[in-house]
Write a protein that binds this ligand. Sequence first.
Ligand SMILES: Cc1ncc(COP(=O)(O)O)c(C=O)c1O
Ligand SMILES: N[C@@H](CCOP(=O)(O)O)C(=O)O
Length: 468
Amino acid sequence: MRYISTRGGMPPASFSDILLGGLAPDGGLVVPESYPQISTDMLLAWRSLSYPELAFEIVRLFATDIPEADLRGIIQRTYTADVFGSADITPLRTLRAGLHILELSNGPTLAFKDMAMQLLGNLFEYVLGKRNETVNIVGATSGDTGSAAEYAMRGKRGVNVFMLSPHGKMSAFQRAQMYSLQDANIFNIAVQGMFDDAQDMVKAVNNDAAFKARYKIGAVNSINWGRVIAQVVYYFKGYFAATRSNDEQVNFVVPSGNFGNVCAGHIARQMGLPIKRLVVATNENDVLDEFFRTGVYRVRGAAQPTSSPSMDISKASNLERFVFDLVGRDSTKLAALWQQVDQQGGFDLSATSCFGELATTYGFTSGRSTHADRLATIQQVKQQFGVVIDPHTADGMKLALAQPDSAVQTVVLETALPIKFEDTILEAIGERPARPAFADGMEGLPQRVDVMAVDVEALKHYIAERIA
Ligand SMILES: Cc1ncc(COP(=O)(O)O)c(C=O)c1O
Ligand SMILES: N[C@@H](CCOP(=O)(O)O)C(=O)O
């Protein structure tokens, strides 16, 4: 399997070559030349596999230059009951007939990001070791990617992590998870802006080819293709858990911000997984909902702070990967659209055939939630099913509860545990969510973080100084 850029300006490269990097050299995102196709026989055989076995079968289709025995070992080491709390790794919780939650947040940092980041940490270590190289990861987080990356990379030889987060916008738990880490290879930078500003700074560093090469800059955001394929796996696992036969279809409802999670669902569907609908759930920052309803992609000036803060994103990075497929994998068309994003703040596909294909060919629908919806959904799910869900999962659940199609199993992806957003849970149901023992007193620990303006040169200077 070889990899190209959505914008057409990268010679085909191997998986190991693109694994450590972020953006393609032309500013596009890395995608495979084609998606592997899963036959009915393969789907049948995969139904009974354990999570690590299934992950191996899927990842090996993409990581074709890693010897299979090595890849199997890496994956077996990654997806263990010790790290993810049960041998199931992603248990399916049934709320009522036809409605389920896929638990993705039982890893070390209590959010779905661990599902991919734990694998990425082990893959990085393997590839760096083979090549005798080092990497300096520069990432942006709205709250969960950062801690998942730092927990996956802390103490790893040859890896430094520079993680940008929006100053004062994350929950107290999220801040404590990241900023209380004292490892010498972890650098937390609180940017005086929103997540989009931080992501733009990361992309600007990636677009400076000389700086990137000199300081061996790598990525862990979902601009990194390795992140996305690791997320494809749980769509297959969730499908098998929610159905009895491969003749059935499933709807996945996915709380969305940067479009990484649901992009993995799109890829699973393109590979042949029988997904009927992919439901994109946003909060008040509803750029993606607007796109799927109207065909207009309109980046807002600044994302609005909400009570599902990890989805406070106005420029959905991975949408570029999906739109590449939508325009027939035509990199000239794609590059022109993203030039419009840069120059005019968006594009309009409403009058093109692509608009109809969003729902028909690609199965997408969407919806949005407000703070009041979020509180009401958390209350309703607690009252009806005795389950406390986090505010992001609630944004998805609101749409799932309104789904008319009861013949098709609906699976809501749980993206974080409620303890990460204690204040909102308290506001919704008047009680504090369960807190794991390891997190007792975490918010009181000393924190290590540097505050920075939205200034790319200051970031480059900061990185260069720390590496030297
Ligand atoms: C808890 C939580 N829910 C949902 C999302 C949105 O996922 P994505 O950015 O992959 O669309 C994120 C961040 O990415 C998150 O941290
Ligand atoms: N919600 C994310 C934002 C970054 O998304 P990513 O999937 O591109 O890493 C976060 O919690 O940081």
